[in-house]
Design a protein around this ligand. Structure first.
Ligand code: HCB
Length: 221
């Protein structure tokens, strides 16, 4: 008999890009009562990192990436339903701050951004998710509209990460830089990059993004 756990099976199915099986297995994972966020962060995020490595080594093609991304979405859609049900009351009880989140202009990668959004939400933040390919001005305008505490911008490509700088530059030009904190993340970004562009913080993972958002909110108060 195989000793592969359900979580490991789900990870394998995301890597091999099997959407239907990933959906079914995610439903089974939910039934075991494990923390769905723990599964997303410790099994599914590493699954996508592994997919990226295979692509870089030439073992995977773009079609494989797309299949894995679809399987990842199928699994996270199921798992996040579990999260939302469990934590709805906790959420309403204490709101920690408002976050406008999105992937920057020209960039369609939204898997990591979605994980960050879910984790922030279950930790009490009110989330305004603008999706992907979000123009810099849209981040700022939406943040003004909802009086957001934080703008969280995700960038997955070296060619799109300058848009994170653009958001901050525009805010400086408009004199609104002090109104919202800006945190950045995504695979090609670093702490040094965040400092260089004048962001308020950088996080490597979704869990770190939650800690960062909590810290910057504390310093804001
Ligand atoms: Co895509 N892609 N891709 N891709 N893709 C990358 C990003 C490359 C690095 C692969 C490579 O070449 N080695 C590369 C970018 C190279 C570069 O830097 N210039 C690349 C490319 C080139 C492209 C296309 C241009 C390919 C093409 O069409 N020729 C195209 C993009 C078109 C466009 O955007 N205009 C493309 C398309 C795709 C898909 C559609 C097949 C798919 C995306 C599906 C989707 O997101 N809905 C895809 C994928 C899946 C990847 C890889 C394999 C994985 C990305 C991912 O989901 N990682 C990626 C390879 C890699 O990253 N090594 C590859 C897993 C998540 C969980 O990690 O880093 O996104 P994450 O998020 C973390 C973390 O960064 C942090 O928390 C998250 C959770 O822990 N975080 C934040 C993220 N945002 C934050 C914000 C904050 O404020 C704080 C923390």
């Amino acid at each position: 008999m195989s000793s592969e756990s359900l979580n490991e099976k789900l990870k394998r199915l995301v890597i091999s890009g099997e959407e239907d099986a990933a959906h079914e297995t995610a439903l089974q994972v939910l039934k075991t009562g494990v923390d769905p966020l723990e599964v997303i962060e410790n099994y599914l995020s590493p699954a996508m990192r592994s997919v990226g490595e295979k692509f870089e080594k030439g073992e995977y093609f773009l079609t494989n990436l797309m299949m894995s991304a679809t399987a990842m979405k199928a699994a996270t859609d199921v798992l996040t339903t579990g999260v939302k049900k469990e934590d709805r009351e906790k959420l309403l009880a204490h709101r920690t701050g408002k976050v406008v989140i999105g992937t920057v202009a020209g960039d369609i990668h939204d898997i990591g951004k979605n994980i960050v959004a879910v984790l922030l939400e279950v930790n009490g933040f009110e989330i305004y998710d603008l999706g992907k390919e979000v123009d810099s001005m849209r981040f700022i305008n939406r943040a003004t509209e909802v009086q957001a505490d934080i703008i969280a911008a995700s960038a997955l490509m070296t060619t799109t990460k300058p848009a994170q700088r653009e958001i901050i530059d525009f805010m400086n030009e408009m004199g609104s830089r002090k109104k919202h904190l800006v945190i950045v993340g995504g695979a090609p970004t670093t702490k040094e990059w965040a400092e260089e562009i004048g962001a308020d913080g950088w996080a490597e993972t979704a869990e770190e993004a939650v800690k960062l958002a909590e810290n910057v909110m504390q310093n804001r108060r």
